[in-house]
Design a protein around this ligand. Structure first.
Ligand code: MTE
Length: 337
């Protein structure tokens, strides 16, 4: 990165924030949900209240999105005792190099991204390849809310309530062949609407590509997100479809996905291609393996400032070791960073 300086359905009961507490935290985000009775379900109309999302007006959500809002309780997967990052920070401190390299560029420039119509290609080692309009692609899935830590390799972090569905459900639909060993994701390539892709100085060989081993993608924590904070993804956060793998550094969470391929070889991923000695394929959050240019032992939890830097210890696998450590049994995580 360009740094100037440095169950889950089966989660433990102790990890689950009581719903009343969670709803009250949500109300703190902007007050619009303060009147919600405990046990009431969030509705689109409330979630899209302008006062809650002051700086990013939700567009008119497409019908398929409204129909899929979670009907289960919101607290299903939460982060013990950690406050949700204010919406403003999560949507104004971004990495999305297609729209510029400064943290504020995506919020400023991503309005040009046209997310409707949107289609997703499924290809490679699958029994059911195809190109799907997003609303058809989404048909088999019900949205779930997942509140996850997001830890960037640059040593800042947030806590974000996503809405999405497990990649395992997608894999069930597309029927990987016996040759499928990895899943590869590709971002839209459209220099007309993505100024970063027009820049002659870009480090990245577009499109942005990421990948997972198939067993990583099957882990129940790995999701494809279409929403956050009870509404559609804002463009700067990767609308209309992005990857979220909370135990890995944020650069794995590829945004604005247009192509998902099942492949037999480990895909060449964007940051690994730029600097393989700094950014590995696995990119598991690991406080004991430093980036060559800075420590990974600590992180700044946003919002953070000069007088309240909000520094915390980084957790192994970003705190999700119980769910994911077995994926890496016997692997040398210093070599496979
Ligand atoms: N996806 C694309 N297509 N382009 C990018 O530049 N940046 C990555 C990831 N996904 C990036 C991307 C990085 S480095 C991070 S930390 C996360 O997006 C940031 O996600 P956020 O802006 O929603 O916090």
């Amino acid at each position: 990165m360009l740094i100037k300086s440095p169950s889950a359905s089966d989660c433990k009961e102790s990890d689950v924030t009581p719903e009343s507490f969670y709803l009250s935290r949500r109300s703190l985000l902007g007050g619009s949900l303060a009147g919600l009775a405990v046990g009431a379900l969030p509705r689109w109309s409330e979630a899209s209240d302008a006062s809650q999302y002051a700086d990013v007006e939700p567009g008119a959500a497409p019908g398929w999105f409204k129909d899929k809002l979670p009907t289960t309780q919101w607290q299903a997967m939460t982060v013990k005792g950690e406050a949700i990052t204010p919406f403003k920070d999560a949507t104004h401190y971004n990495n999305f190099y297609e729209f510029g390299t400064d943290k504020g560029d995506p919020a400023q420039n991503a309005g040009s991204l046209k997310t409707e119509p949107w289609s997703v290609v499924i290809d490679g080692e699958v029994g059911k390849p195809g190109r799907y309009a997003l609303e058809d692609f989404m048909k088999p899935y019900q949205l779930e809310e997942r509140i996850y830590r997001l830890r960037c390799v640059e040593a800042w972090s947030m806590v974000i309530p996503w809405m999405g569905f497990p990649i395992s459900a997608l894999l069930k639909q597309v029927e990987p062949t016996a040759n499928a060993k990895y899943i590869r994701f590709e971002t839209l390539q459209d220099p007309k609407t993505m100024p970063g892709q027009r820049s002659g100085f870009a480090l990245i060989d577009w499109p942005y590509v990421e990948g997972l081993r198939l067993d990583e993608a099957m882990n129940p924590l790995a999701i494809l997100a279409v929403g956050m904070y009870g509404r559609e993804l804002p463009n700067q956060n990767g609308a209309p479809l992005r990857l979220v793998v909370p135990w890995k550094y944020g650069f794995k969470s590829v945004k604005s996905i247009v192509r998902i391929s099942l492949v037999s070889e480990q895909p060449k991923t964007t940051w690994q291609s730029i600097a393989a000695n700094e950014y590995g394929f696995y990119a598991n959050v690991n406080p004991t393996v430093d980036h060559p240019r800075w420590t990974q032992a600590h992180e700044r939890r946003l919002p953070s400032g000069l007088f309240s830097p909000n520094i915390r210890q980084t957790e192994m696998f970003n705190g999700y070791g119980e769910q994911v450590a077995s994926l890496y049994t016997g692997m040398d995580l210093r070599k496979n960073y």
